[in-house]
Design a binder for this molecule. Structure first.
Ligand SMILES: [Zn+2]
Ligand SMILES: [Zn+2]
Length: 293
């Protein structure tokens, strides 16, 4: 069994962004209700707020000061702080893998602007933290959110120690045509229009690239706006996400020493997160509670 951390603070649930904000708190509570924290290898770490110094590793002071004046400041700090805490604990070997439940998005956050429910680059900020603490250098992000991760791509475009595999629909190209450009470490692939197609796209495009790149830690942005009751591709049922988790965890186990951090946020309705969150934790911690399904 793996030692799994769940990083969440009540602020992320109570102050989450979007009309689907309720899914954040419901997702966390369902992990509690399903009794997963009673397993000794599953631990809830209450996320701590990130510091301005940590955020300034990727963002300008002007942008930090701007976000500070919005209602999204506090939830952004706790969301980034959860990611930083998880990154540190996984890379130090205190836990094997983690689920970070954030209250805001992150992958549309650039150095001094952002859109789409994003303020600071949540996963992106885990990487300079790891490097500053000399805990790791080479990282990979697999992003299965509906939309193109323009912020991550922009911040890391010249960083050959960061492999970015982004699933996005063609609609997102409108935002910035330069983002289409691929390099040896930056890729975009289409989403599937069904559970089966999405899963097979991930199975086809991800494992060999991770194997070849050999990251020290794999981040998976489990964007759930691909769910049929959300606002993205609306192509997937809740059953797709535990299956994606299984595939991605297997890749991390084979090629990254098991080091995996899954990030979710505020883009799926409560009935979906209630189903998905405990099953992701179950998968990460190898509990087998739902193996009959
Ligand atoms: Zn999205
Ligand atoms: Zn993309």
């Amino acid at each position: 069994m793996k030692r799994t951390g769940v990083f969440y603070h009540d602020v992320c649930g109570k102050e989450a962004y979007s009309s689907l904000a309720m899914g954040v708190e419901e997702g966390f509570k369902s992990i509690q209700k399903e009794g997963l924290f009673s397993h000794p290898n599953v631990t809830w770490f209450e996320s701590e707020p990130a510091t301005e110094e940590e955020i300034a590793r990727l963002h300008s002071q002007q942008w930090i000061d701007h976000v500070k004046q919005t209602q999204w400041w506090r939830v952004s700090l706790y969301s980034v702080g959860g990611m930083i805490g998880a990154t540190e604990k996984v890379l130090k070997g205190e836990i094997d893998n983690a689920l970070v439940i954030a209250g805001v998005g992150g992958h549309h956050a650039h150095r001094d602007n952002a859109w789409g429910g994003c303020y600071f680059n949540v996963i992106g900020l885990g990487i300079p933290h790891a490097r500053a603490k000399s805990l790791g250098r080479r990282f990979a992000i697999v992003d299965t959110d509906t939309h193109h991760a323009d912020g991550v791509r922009d911040l890391y475009k010249d960083d050959e120690d960061m492999l970015h595999i982004c699933f996005c629909d063609t609609f997102s190209w409108v935002y910035n045509s330069d983002d289409r450009m691929e390099s040896n470490t930056k890729f975009c692939f289409p989403h599937g229009s069904s559970d089966e197609e999405e899963i097979s796209n991930v199975e086809r495009e991800v494992p060999d690239r991770i194997k070849e790149f050999k990251p020290e830690l794999l981040f998976w942005l489990c964007g759930m706006d691909t769910h049929q009751d959300s606002y993205g591709t609306a192509a997937l049922t809740e059953k797709a996400y535990p299956e994606l988790a299984r595939i991605i965890k297997q890749i991390a186990d084979e090629y990254c020493g098991g080091k995996l951090i899954v990030k979710t946020c505020c883009n799926a309705p409560p009935h979906a997160t209630r189903y998905v969150m405990p099953r992701i934790v179950d998968c990460l911690a190898e509990l087998g509670k739902y193996s009959e399904e």
